[in-house]
Design a protein around this ligand. Structure first.
Ligand code: BES
Ligand code: MG
Ligand code: ZN
Length: 492
């Protein structure tokens, strides 16, 4: 899809998207021509349309024997419009245009935004490419219409800042769509081995390095927690390591991004009910976010040093699967009583984190995982839960969240709840019972971060959607990708 800025109106506008605040007098810019202005004004009067927030109306008319589609979009109250709502409003406009089979589209703001031009450009391309995404690989025929190009009508001395934003938004969106593709692939296609192959493809395409360890090496590393989780599956675990050194001078600062990579989570012998199992191909959403983020970080050539670790496995049942009651010795040496084989994600994560600290010498740890149903119950689908032992680093994540529009909410690392994961027979148990499940999962992981700066992001809620809305399509959302890129941008 082509996305650009134009300062001159064409002879004929096939489709116009027009945004306007509800608390500003309708002042259609003169450049649109009197004819078009009165068409918009007449429509608003006749339909009593006031540009209230999120309401989109469209109508067609004939001019000089050519059809013209006009889409009006309410931007709500001037003081209330932030980049989060603008991103979703624009996405809704693109969807409306697509529904109406538009191809060439012109966008005009009926107001002067205070948003910096790079941000505006970013929102424009990102919303367009994210909302146009569809996982149609397995449809024999997909007749979905696609927009060809979007031209922003904008008058500035130079288009440089807008164009820079448009390019950046494109990179953010393409990385997100890459993660969406990985999560949408069913578990009969993506297993630990093929996930590593997809990561290798991304590494070659975007320019970061990749190493994959197979089971023998994982055994030699004594990653017994990862091995236990993967033991019930014919597809053996893989340890995927991605490296990007954008700032070789600052060798002492290495950030590890650890993504949960369960290519399928049946629950194991603590088997999930069928309804809860249905979407569990998405249990590698954290891994996909890390792969997506790496592709963008390398494309943007960010001046950061990052290592990505994915301990990929499939949680299945069978005669060799791990059992409730088993005691395992993790790579760190800490022993764990498995009270629930469905609390498998944290087991793979702690071995990956220990590997990142001991073998890769990471200075900071960020893990991202579809980890708990409790996070979904607490925050729903729009917010990721975050827990962190480092306020300064968390502040950067918060700024990243505001910039990229991925919502986060901080939960407390409440020390007394450590009681809930104490075991009588081992150092820890892997599940803390029905209360505060999102927090106890994080407290469990905290035991393995060696007091290093650490951020834990639980994306269980937002990884999948069963409805199209705003920038999100049906299925995988690619949640986490934009947040990670924006965070690393703040760490340059
Ligand atoms: N992968 C699930 C968490 C999940 C739930 C992701 C819903 C996406 C949507 C995780 O492995 C899991 O099963 N967690 C258990 C932990 C419990 C047994 C302590 C849960 O949340 O029920
Ligand atoms: Mg599970
Ligand atoms: Zn899981």
């Amino acid at each position: 899809m082509k996305i650009d800025v134009c300062r001159k109106l064409p002879e004929h506008i096939e489709t116009l998207v027009y945004l306007q605040f509800e608390d500003e007098a309708i002042q259609v810019p003169e450049v649109l021509g009197e004819d078009l202005i009165s068409a918009i004004e007449n429509y608003c009067t006749l339909e009593e349309y006031t540009f209230n927030k999120g309401s989109i109306k469209s109508f067609t008319r004939m001019i000089r024997k050519k059809k013209q589609l006009i889409i009006l979009c309410g931007a709500g109250k001037k003081a209330e419009l932030d980049s989060y709502s603008l991103r979703n409003l624009l996405a809704d406009c693109w969807r409306e245009a697509t529904r109406n089979k538009a191809r060439q589209l012109y966008l005009m703001f009926g107001f002067v935004t205070k948003m910096p031009e790079p941000v505006l450009g970013h929102l424009l391309s990102e919303s367009a490419l994210l909302s146009a995404y569809k996982f149609n690989k397995y449809l024999s025929s997909d007749k979905t219409h696609e927009l060809e190009c979007i031209h922003l009508i904008y008058f500035a001395k130079t288009n440089r800042h807008l164009n820079r934003g448009i390019l950046e938004g494109r990179i953010f969106a393409e990385a997100t769509n890459l993660a969406r593709d990985l999560v949408n692939e069913p578990a009969n296609v993506i297993n630990p081995e093929s996930l590593a192959d997809y990561a290798r493809k991304a590494a070659l395409q975007y320019g970061f390095s990749l190493e994959v360890h197979s089971i023998d090496k994982i055994k030699r590393l004594k990653m017994e927690a990862l091995l236990a989780v993967g033991r019930g599956s014919k597809s053996e675990p893989k340890l995927i390591i991605m490296r990007y050194n954008g700032n070789p001078d600052k060798k002492n600062k290495l950030t590890a991004l650890v993504g949960k990579g369960l290519t399928f989570d049946s629950g194991g012998y603590s088997l999930k009910p069928s309804n809860s199992m249905l979407n569990m191909k998405s249990d590698m959403g954290g891994a996909a976010a890390v792969i997506g983020a790496f592709s963008a970080i390398a494309t943007l050539k960010l001046k950061v040093n990052v290592v990505g670790i994915i301990a990929a496995a499939e949680n299945m049942i069978g005669s060799s699967a791990y059992r409730p009651g088993d005691v395992i010795t993790s790579m760190s040496g800490k022993t764990i009583e498995v009270v629930n084989t469905d609390a498998e994600g944290r087991l793979t994560l702690i071995d990956a984190i220990h590997f990142a600290l001991e073998k890769e010498k990471a200075d900071k740890i960020l893990d991202i995982a579809t980890l708990t149903g409790a996070a979904v119950a607490a925050l729903g689908k729009d917010y990721s839960a975050v827990l962190s032992n480092d306020d300064a680093w968390y502040a950067k994540l918060e700024a990243a969240s505001t910039f990229c529009g991925e919502k986060i909410w901080r939960m407390p690392l409440h020390d007394p709840y450590k009681e809930l994961i104490k075991s009588e027979i081992a150092d820890l148990k892997n599940a803390g019972g029905p209360l505060a499940g999102c927090i106890t999962a994080a407290l469990f992981i905290q035991e393995f971060v060696q007091n290093k700066p650490w951020i834990h992001i639980d994306i269980a809620g937002g990884a999948m959607r069963d409805k199209v809305s705003g920038i999100n399509s049906f299925g995988a959302t690619g949640v986490g990708v934009r947040l990670l890129i924006a965070l690393l941008k703040n760490m340059e």
